[in-house]
Write a protein that binds this ligand. Structure first.
Ligand code: SF4
Length: 162
C-alpha cells in the first residue's frame, strides 16, 4: 500500500484551532464553575494563574515549535490563532529547563482546581473525563503526525522524520 504524499501536519487550519479550544474549554469551564461556587476571588486568581502559566508555556515550549518558528509575526496553530510572537523563536532542541518548566506548568494547570472539584464529585468526574479526552485525542491524532520532533511526546515514526 502506498503512503500518503505527506502524512505530517505541516500547517494548522482555523478549524483545528476552533476544535481544540472547544475541547479545552470543557475542563476549564468545569473548573471555573467549581471554584466560582465557592469563591469569586479564587475564580479570578485561578484565571489569572492559568493565563500566566500559558504565557510561560508559550515562552519555554512554543518558541521551539516549527509552527511558531515558521509563522510570520503572529502564531497560527491549533491552540493559538493570531497571537503575536512576543518571544524570539528558538530553533535548537528543548533544554532540560525548557522541558521541566513545560511539565511543571502543565501539571499545575491541571491540578490547581482539584481541591474545589473534590467538593463537587459530579464536576470532578466531568473534569477528569474531559482532561482524559484531551490527552488521549492529542496522543492518538496529533502526536503521530506532528512536525514538532523535539517534543518529548512526539510519536512520528522515525522513517517519516527528516
Ligand atoms: S502547535 Fe503546540 S507547541 Fe506548537 S506553537 Fe502551537 S501550542 Fe505551541
Amino acid at each position: 500500500m502506498s503512503k500518503p504524499a505527506n502524512p505530517l501536519k505541516t500547517r494548522h487550519k482555523f478549524l483545528d484551532f476552533l476544535y481544540w479550544n472547544l475541547v479545552v474549554s470543557v475542563p476549564f469551564i468545569t473548573a471555573c464553575i467549581a471554584i466560582g461556587k465557592n469563591s469569586i476571588l479564587w475564580l479570578i486568581s485561578y484565571i489569572i494563574i492559568c493565563l500566566l502559566l500559558v504565557a510561560v508555556l508559550y515562552k519555554f515550549y512554543c518558541t521551539h515549535c516549527p509552527h511558531y518558528i515558521q509563522s510570520d509575526k503572529t502564531l497560527k496553530c491549533m491552540f493559538f490563532w493570531g497571537i503575536p510572537k512576543f518571544f524570539k523563536p528558538e530553533s535548537g532542541p528543548l533544554s532540560f529547563l525548557d522541558k521541566a518548566v513545560a511539565i511543571v506548568a502543565t501539571l499545575i494547570i491541571v491540578l490547581l482546581p482539584v481541591y474545589w472539584l473534590w467538593l463537587q464529585p459530579g464536576l470532578l468526574v466531568i473534569y477528569l473525563l474531559s482532561v482524559g479526552v484531551i490527552a488521549t485525542t492529542l496522543k492518538r491524532y496529533e502526536c503521530r503526525r506532528c512536525t514538532y520532533f523535539q517534543c518529548p511526546s512526539n510519536s512520528v515514526p522515525e522513517d517519516l522524520q527528516p
